[in-house]
Design a protein around this ligand. Structure first.
Ligand SMILES: [Fe+2]
Ligand SMILES: [Fe+2]
Length: 280
C-alpha cells in the first residue's frame, strides 16, 4: 500500500488531491490482486487509473502553464510516456493476454504501478513545488512590478519556450514593450536600434555569440546610455562560478536556472530601481 507522504506533497490543493486519488486507485488494484480470478476487476481498475491519470495530467499541465513553469514541455512528454506504459500493461495482461497472470507477475505489476506514480511525483512533480505551491491566488499577484511602467526590455534566448515565458513575465511586471531575440547577434542589433532597451536579460549558452560576449559588446559601447544598460545573465548549465564570471565581464546579475518567477521579478525590480536611482 502506498500513501501520500509530506515528502511527496506539492503544496497545490488540486494536484495533491489528484495524486491522492491516483494512489487510492493503485492501492485498490493491489487489494484486488490478492483475490484469485479477479482479472475483470483489475482490468477495470487499470482503466480507471488510465482515465484519471489522463485527467490529472491535463490539469497539472494547465496549472504549470499558468504558473509559467519553465519545464512544462518536458513534463508533458513524461506524462505522455506514463499513459502509454499503463496502456501497454492493460493490453498485454488483460486484452491480448500475452503475459501470464500469476503471483510473481502480479507482484511485479504492483511494484511497477507504485514506482510509476511515486517515481514520477518524486523526480518530476516535486520540482514544480516552488512555482505552483499555494497558487490559489493568481501567480501574477505575487510578482514584483518594474519600478517604472515605461520600460523596454529585451530577452535573448535561443530556446523559444523559455524566451516567451520570460517575455510574458516582463509584460506582467509592467514592461511597456518586450523585444525578443533568438541569439546574441540579433540581440545586439536590437540593443543598438530604436527603442533602446532599458533592461537586457540574456541566456549564457548560445551560438554563435554567447551571453558574456553580449555583455562585453554592450559595456564597450561608446554611447554611455547603452554601455550602462543593466544586463542579467542566466544559465541552465551547472556552474558554481556563474555569478563571479558574469560579474567579471560586466553583467549586473546572474541567475542559475531553474529560477522561480517571483525571485526573478524581485531581482528585476531591485536592479531597475537602483538603475533609476543611479541615473537621477
Ligand atoms: Fe506530473
Ligand atoms: Fe502529477
Amino acid at each position: 500500500m502506498i500513501e501520500l507522504t509530506n515528502e511527496l506533497r506539492i503544496g497545490h490543493p488540486v494536484i495533491d488531491a489528484d495524486h491522492q486519488r491516483l494512489i487510492d486507485i493503485i492501492n485498490e488494484f493491489h487489494e484486488q490482486s490478492k483475490t484469485a480470478n479477479n482479472e475483470n476487476n483489475m482490468h477495470a481498475t487499470l482503466k480507471s487509473l488510465l482515465a484519471y491519470g489522463r485527467e490529472h495530467f491535463a490539469r497539472e499541465e494547465k496549472i504549470q502553464r499558468e504558473c509559467m513553469y519553465p519545464y512544462h514541455s518536458m513534463h508533458f512528454h513524461e506524462h505522455k510516456a506514463l499513459l502509454e506504459q499503463v496502456q501497454d500493461i492493460a493490453r498485454s495482461y488483460f486484452i491480448a493476454k500475452t503475459r501470464p497472470i500469476n503471483e510473481k507477475s502480479l507482484a511485479e505489476l504492483n511494484e511497477f504501478l507504485k514506482t510509476w506514480l511515486i517515481g514520477h511525483v518524486r523526480k518530476f512533480d516535486t520540482n514544480m513545488r516552488e512555482w505552483v505551491a499555494s497558487s490559489d491566488t493568481p501567480s501574477e499577484t505575487k510578482l514584483f512590478s518594474l519600478p517604472s511602467q515605461d520600460m523596454v526590455a529585451l530577452v535573448i534566448d535561443d530556446d523559444v519556450t523559455a524566451r516567451s515565458l520570460l517575455a510574458k513575465l516582463l509584460s506582467v511586471m509592467g514592461a511597456s514593450k518586450v523585444l525578443e531575440a533568438s541569439d546574441g547577434i540579433e540581440g545586439l542589433r536590437l540593443i543598438f536600434a530604436d527603442p533602446v532597451p532599458d533592461l537586457v536579460i540574456s541566456d549564457l549558452n548560445m551560438e554563435p555569440m554567447d551571453g558574456f560576449s553580449v555583455v562585453g559588446a554592450i559595456r564597450a559601447s561608446n554611447k554611455p546610455y547603452i554601455a550602462r544598460i543593466p544586463v542579467i545573465i542566466f544559465s541552465a548549465a551547472d556552474d558554481h562560478d556563474l555569478t563571479q564570471k558574469a560579474m567579471s565581464v560586466g553583467a549586473t546579475a546572474a541567475l542559475q536556472k531553474p529560477f522561480n518567477p517571483r525571485d526573478l521579478s524581485k531581482l528585476l525590480h531591485y536592479v531597475m530601481k537602483n538603475q533609476i536611482g543611479a541615473a537621477s
